[in-house]
Design a protein around this ligand. Structure first.
Ligand code: EPZ
Length: 415
């Protein structure tokens, strides 16, 4: 298992380019199943989760090849509709294949996606919607077997704007007769990237605020699509600049998607300039605390940026309060940050960070993807050397994070 050795530094100076969004490319790779044709997808990040999604496409019978940052998926021939446990377990979000496999094959069989480091990850909203659209769903022994009946578009009200459930409903509804309307649909930008892709593939999908309308169609087209920039990667690098101080530039991104992070870091004392596709962040004085951070569905503060922002606030003057409303157990990085000298108190979904004057490099173990990013950020702003173990968690969502740290003026090596 590789580890990262990071030497804390005084200030950053440099620029970095953002990759395509992990949480957009994963549903879009699954969506390539619906057009039974060729799909050329540009700006694909080189991540473990992308490899896992490609493994599933291969297993189902697709021909997939990668040419640099472009992935070409030929989904003309699908030979099976089952996804085995080992492939389901490689990536928690494999459930996103439920809708497109059922739409394409009329059947789908997969194991229940396991819980993950963030707590239980129920899929009741996915299952209720699939049943409502006309499929028969059998759940037994950890297996989920779905069989399409007379698939007919329906109005579906989501009790929670679930990202994955919204994506699965869109993809299944492309193969249903008539109109499906999703009410209280997720509004994350990655959903709109998926909608753009599905419409290129022959779908008819339109968003009106928190409502998404899908008209089932027979037409299917080959596609060419460029994945949107990764807003959580952008937020992570902003938090690196805020935590360590200095002057950094983050390129090929969409500043509009990270306005809640910009607001929090500006309030804490960073100078942030947002261009059309870049962000310039300067921090040359001690950070102050920021108003309470409450994670919410988009356009609220993203839960995936909670750990990175917490790491940025560890040495801020005063206290910063976090309220994690999306996941049950998303403070597993706190104990590791406290080993570096952070002062954090957790009570249920609330975490209170009291700023300290110094953090100290030490050995820490990554618990989950965004928690691992937080540990890198804390190590960059600590005195001395840190060893960060179980880096594979970080590789699920960041492309060689050590290269980014070094490009920004930090010091990191992978062993
Ligand atoms: C997506 O997960 C993202 N993953 C997550 O990013 C992100 O944190 C999350 O959306 C919220 O923005 C991908 O896009 C691959 P949800 P997803 O369905 O679809 C509950 C990262 O670090 N829920 O919106 O699984 C669920 O328990 C990852 O990149 C139900 O109760 O998120 C959770 O509390 C982590 N029943 C909440 O909704 C359901 O049927 C959010 O889940 C589905 C979800």
């Amino acid at each position: 298992m590789s580890k990262l050795i990071i030497d804390g530094c005084r200030s950053l100076s440099g620029s970095v380019s953002v990759n395509g969004a992990k949480n957009s490319v994963l549903p879009i790779l699954a969506a390539t199943l619906i057009n039974a044709g060729e799909n050329i997808i540009h700006n694909c990040p080189d991540l473990k989760d992308v490899d896992s999604a490609i493994n599933i496409l291969h297993h189902l019978g697709c021909k997939v090849r990668r040419e640099g940052k472009t992935v070409i998926v030929d989904s003309s021939t699908i030979t099976r509709y089952d996804i085995p446990d080992n492939l389901m377990r490689e990536m928690r979000s494999s459930v996103i294949f439920l809708g497109p496999v059922l739409a394409r094959c009329g059947k789908s069989s997969m194991s229940f996606p396991g819980g993950c480091e963030l707590g239980p990850r129920p899929i009741d909203l996915h299952i209720d919607a699939v049943k409502k659209l006309g499929a028969d769903v059998m759940e037994s022994g950890g297996k989920l077997e779905c069989t399409a009946g007379k698939m007919t578009g329906k109005d579906i009200m989501l009790s929670f704007p679930s990202v994955g459930a919204t994506e699965n409903i869109i993809l299944l509804a492309t193969a249903c007769h008539g109109r499906t309307r999703i009410k209280n649909a997720a509004q994350e930008p990655e959903i709109d990237d998926l909608i753009a892709f599905v419409n290129k593939a022959g779908g008819m999908v339109a968003r009106r605020g928190s409502e998404i309308e899908i008209i089932g169609t027979q037409t299917r087209e080959n596609t060419e699509h460029k994945i949107m920039p990764d807003r959580i990667e952008t937020a992570t690098y902003m938090c690196m600049g805020a935590a360590v101080g200095g002057d950094i530039e983050i390129k090929n991104t969409c500043p509009h998607h990270v306005e809640t992070i910009t607001e929090a870091l500006t309030q804490a004392g960073c100078e942030i300039v947002a261009g059309t596709d870049f962000i310039r962040l300067k921090r040359d004085k001690i950070l102050g605390s920021t108003k309470p951070v409450r994670t919410m569905p988009y356009p609220g503060f993203p839960t995936d940026a909670q750990a990175p922002l917490m790491a940025a606030m560890l040495k801020a003057r005063g206290s910063t309060i976090f309220l994690e409303t999306i996941f049950e157990n998303r403070y597993r990085h706190v104990n590791e940050l406290m080993r570096m000298g952070a002062d954090i108190k957790v009570a249920g979904r609330v975490a209170v960070v009291e700023g300290v004057t110094k953090l100290f490099g030490t050995k820490v173990r990554v618990t989950d993807l965004r928690g691992g990013a937080a540990m890198c950020i804390a190590a960059m702003s600590a005195l001395g050397r840190s060893e960060i173990e179980d880096v594979f968690h970080i590789d699920r969502g960041y492309e060689k994070i050590e290269n980014v740290i070094n490009a920004l003026g930090g010091k990191a090596i992978r062993e």
